[in-house]
Design a binder for this molecule. Structure first.
Ligand code: FPP
Length: 248
């Protein structure tokens, strides 16, 4: 349990929060601005959210930054998203490191420009031993692709007699996903009023509390996150069992 110093309420802090940052384009369109402005404003919201999550004591924060389906966007928008990632790592990596944040990247390396890949590897290597918070950047990520890659790894191990097919269980599958070692998300937030997972952490989200908020991603801030924590605190998590009060 944690005390929110500003709002004076008590809540159970989720250990791991995942966020589908949706609505950058609509935010820009409503202001008659190009979509790229929405993504820039999205990075500002991202930075504020990392800070707020740390203040709230959230240990793992996973941000859906580029999905494997985003390749279907116009080339110019894809380049813009890559440019923002480059800028974010070049400008903000030192501060993340100073704040003892460990950066993990999940997703496929396929198709990514080599300099983007190098920057992601550099961020992971520099911050590897940090332990204040884990910031998981889902970049070129899609849950079906992640599960397919895990299946390939497992099939290879069975073929090489490293494991037997009888050993395949849900833990072994989890251990071959990009999120190996990261606890499943307790809460997944999606902004912009859309109500779906869109290929985000589908294996890991089995018992996640899903929270949908109407605000567009660039409008998301500490107080929205705090509202989500309150809603999370009001949910009864059963994990397929019974709620404590009704269990006797
Ligand atoms: C969804 O908005 C958002 C994305 C596709 C990308 C999220 C990216 C950022 C917040 C900035 C990039 C940050 C880094 C560090 C790379 P949308 O464009 O789908 O919005 P719309 O549904 O209103 O069109």
């Amino acid at each position: 349990m944690s005390q929110n110093p500003e709002n004076d309420f008590v809540y159970t802090t989720p250990r791991h929060v995942g966020i589908i940052m949706d609505g950058n384009g609509r935010w820009a369109q409503r202001r008659m601005l190009p979509r790229s402005h929405g993504h820039k404003a999205g990075v500002d919201a991202l930075k504020k959210t990392v800070r707020a999550a740390r203040e709230f004591g959230i240990e793992y924060l996973t941000l859906f930054s580029f999905s494997s389906e985003n390749w279907s966007r116009p080339e110019g928008e894809i380049s813009e998203l890559f440019a923002l990632l480059r800028l974010f790592i070049r400008r903000d990596l030192a501060e993340l490191h100073k704040n003892n944040i460990c950066v993990r990247v999940i997703g496929s390396s396929e198709g990514l420009p080599s300099d983007v890949l190098n920057l992601l590897v550099e961020a992971e290597n520099l911050t590897r031993n940090n332990d204040a918070q884990v910031l998981v950047i889902a970049f070129n990520y899609g849950a079906r692709d992640e599960i397919a890659r895990a299946m390939k790894l497992i099939a290879k191990k069975v073929k090489n007699d490293e494991i037997s097919s009888d050993e395949i269980d849900s833990q072994l599958i989890s251990d071959h996903l990009d999120t190996k070692g990261i606890p499943d998300p307790d809460m997944i937030i999606r902004t912009s009023g859309e109500k779906r997972l869109s290929n985000f952490l589908m294996w890991q989200a089995t018992y996640s509390e899903l929270i949908f908020v109407d605000c567009l991603w660039p409008e998301f801030d500490k107080s929205t996150l705090s509202d989500c924590l309150v809603e999370y605190g009001n949910r009864n998590r059963k994990f397929g069992g019974l709620v404590k009060d009704t269990a006797s």
